[in-house]
Design a protein. Structure first.
Length: 249
């Protein structure tokens, strides 16, 4: 089995997001960037499947600016065998990413594509589903457990009602939940070794994909500031305030 893993470079989840003064987006200059958290789970799962002897090769792919190479390099440091960077300038929407990934899938012919369930910058939760639709492949989204079988996968999914287990034939697209596993840290020797692993660079034009935006972003605003809370002295006072002031009971 060959596994392709999509990894996106996003603002680190610990960073306090600041909106640009002209409301055209969020500040990214001099801001710490990292791999989208569920994509770390996707890489971890691919490496675990390989370590269990059920996959021969793990290829990490990122779509983005030159700096997204760091994200691919990190995937190589935790066990991916080689990387692909599809270079695109500026913001790229899920539809364009999925069209690019489709071209990469046609070229690489993986048996499984692992992705994050959602990117924490755009919160779209669309790319995996769109890729499955474009390829006409089965999909299992929000995976919290993956079991590799002979020619299929048993995937446990996080759904509103609890856990759902489904079986999908390979080739398939699986999007990963944070509960899937505990991503490992890259050790210094492995970071050094990763420097020697190959990263192929391609441009979206080379793949013949039109990456023009289909969505016009009108403005980005900070959420309204929360008002300070108050302390009440007793349950009676709380009930009285909920009844007479908040009028919610
Ligand atoms: P989204 O649909 O934007 O919420 O992203 C869902 C998943 O698609 C992410 O967790 C990644 O695995 C993948 N993905 C989205 N954008 C990119 C990108 N630019 N490069 C690589 N993978 C991406």
């Amino acid at each position: 089995m060959k596994i392709l893993v999509a990894v996106k470079r996003v603002i680190d989840y610990n960073v306090q997001i600041r909106v640009k003064e002209d409301n055209s987006g969020v500040v990214t200059d001099n801001v710490k960037m990292s791999t989208n958290p569920p994509d770390d789970n996707a890489i971890e799962e691919a490496v675990k499947i390989k370590e269990a002897g059920k996959a021969k090769e793990v290829v990490a792919v990122s779509v983005g600016e030159e700096k997204a190479q760091e994200t691919v390099r990190k995937a190589l440091a935790v066990g991916a065998d080689r990387g692909i960077l599809v270079k695109v300038d500026g913001v790229i929407e899920p539809l364009a990413v999925s069209k690019i990934l489709k071209k990469i899938v046609e070229k690489e012919k993986p048996d499984l594509v692992l992705m994050g369930k959602q990117a924490i910058d755009d919160d779209c939760n669309q790319t995996g589903q769109m890729l499955a639709a474009l390829l006409n492949w089965p999909q299992a989204t929000f995976a919290s457990k993956i079991e590799v079988k002979e020619k299929s996968l048993e995937v446990t999914r996080e759904v509103d009602e609890g856990l759902e287990t489904i079986e999908v034939n390979v080739p398939a697209i699986v999007t990963c939940d944070l509960r899937l596993n505990e991503p490992r840290y890259a050790s210094l020797p492995n970071i050094m070794k990763a420097k020697k692993k190959p990263i192929e660079q391609i441009s979206a034009e080379d793949l013949g994909v039109d990456v023009k935006s289909r969505i016009e972003q009108i403005k980005v605003e900070e959420p309204p500031k929360r008002k300070a809370g108050i302390k009440v002295a007793s349950v009676e006072e709380l009930v009285q305030k909920l009844k007479n002031e908040a009028k919610v009971i």
